[in-house]
Design a protein around this ligand. Structure first.
Ligand code: DAH
Length: 347
């Protein structure tokens, strides 16, 4: 107990002893009731021991009050901390039920999905299927003749510079486009022909933000009597409307050895709506495919009478289209196999 008129020494000793005793009492309280009783004894706001300590401050000589006040505050802080500590511990150990709920459903793990490029290919194939196109496939290891010669590339033509690839020996190479499937199909089937040929192609391209050395292409080919550029334009415009939604399109004259005339097709830039932005290099347009009327020399190389039959064809890159659809700044995202990215776009 503190005497009526304590000295500073007596006050300090008592404050320390009180804090010590109170903290021990809190720590030993084994249930919430015992803890509450100890709280009232030490921190109660009517007869609590800390309150008595506070009142005793007034009985001290004025020049002792600073040191005594500090000792009081220390005791108060210590007691409150000890009380909080014990409260937390008791709450944890008395919470009802098992700590582990074995009835919770398992946390779901991503089990994979179709790659965004596959999704784009499937969707494109779906649209053309409705128009009567079927799927045709060809080999990735192709002969020079199918890859170039039959497609009317004159030997050493500069157009082949864009198609540098790995040569596998004896006139074989990794195909640089899916166009050889046109020739293989024309050789095997009589018109009318309407096919779509998806597949992987290879080029000596740098692996940068918009190029990959191996990438997907989709080839399209329609050959019949009386096919004209109107069929090409109408079909591809229909496709763009279906795939991209209501959108403006345009055809630009171009050159490919295997088509005459040739055209590239653009859609209004998905990102800026045609105003011009970084993604479309300020043009407002995004190129989605190359196309043209099948060159008579290609029909003849495949044994088709070019006086009787005409046709149109196109080739497009689904990865580039996926970049537009998913707003990707870099094509390498599609090849990195980074789950953090794929989880967001694969289905
Ligand atoms: N084979 C061309 C390329 O890879 C793309 C292409 C253009 C295919 C026009 C076609 C076409 O069928 O008509 O660059």
């Amino acid at each position: 107990m503190l005497p009526e008129n304590p000295t500073l020494e007596q006050y300090l000793a008592h404050a320390a002893e009180l804090a010590e005793r109170g903290a021990a009492a809190f720590a030993q309280a084994n249930d919430p009731d015992a803890l509450e009783a100890a709280r009232i004894q030490f921190l109660g706001d009517k007869r609590g021991e800390l309150l008595a300590l506070q009142k005793a401050l007034g009985a001290l000589p004025a020049d002792s009050r600073r040191d005594a006040g500090r000792a009081f505050n220390e005791a108060k802080t210590r007691l409150n901390a000890a009380l909080d500590d014990r409260r937390t511990t008791l709450a944890r150990s008395t919470s009802t039920g098992p700590a582990l709920d074995l009835t919770l459903p398992a946390r779901e793990r991503w089990r994979g999905g179709r790659h965004p490029v596959t999704l784009v290919i499937d969707e494109i194939v779906g649209i053309f299927r409705e128009l009567g196109f079927t799927i045709a496939l060809g080999p990735e290891s192709e002969s020079e003749w199918y890859n170039f010669g039959a497609l009317n590339f004159p030997a050493d033509h500069p157009a082949m510079d864009l198609h540098d690839t790995l040569y596998l020996g004896e006139g074989a190479l990794l195909r640089t486009h899916t166009s050889p499937v046109q020739v293989r199909t024309l050789q095997r089937h009589a018109p009318p022909i309407r096919i779509l040929a998806p597949g992987t192609v290879f080029r000596r391209d740098p692996f940068d933000a918009s190029h990959a050395p191996a990438f997907a292409q989709i080839e399209g080919l329609a050959v019949d009597e009386g096919i004209s550029f109107v069929d090409l334009k109408a079909t591809l415009t229909h496709f763009a409307q279906r795939f991209f939604g209501a959108t403006r399109t345009r055809f630009r004259p171009s050159y490919f050895p295997f088509t005459e005339p040739s055209a590239e097709m653009d859609v209004a830039c998905r990102l800026c709506g045609g105003k011009g932005c970084a993604a479309c290099k300020g043009t407002g347009w995004m190129e989605i495919l190359g196309s043209g009327m099948v060159h008579p020399a290609v029909l003849e190389a495949a044994g088709i009478d070019s006086e009787r039959y005409t046709g149109w064809a196109f080739g497009m890159g689904p990865a580039r289209i996926a970049m537009q659809r998913y707003d990707l700044p870099d094509i390498r995202l599609l090849y990195d196999s980074d789950i953090r990215f794929l989880e967001q776009v694969a289905e």
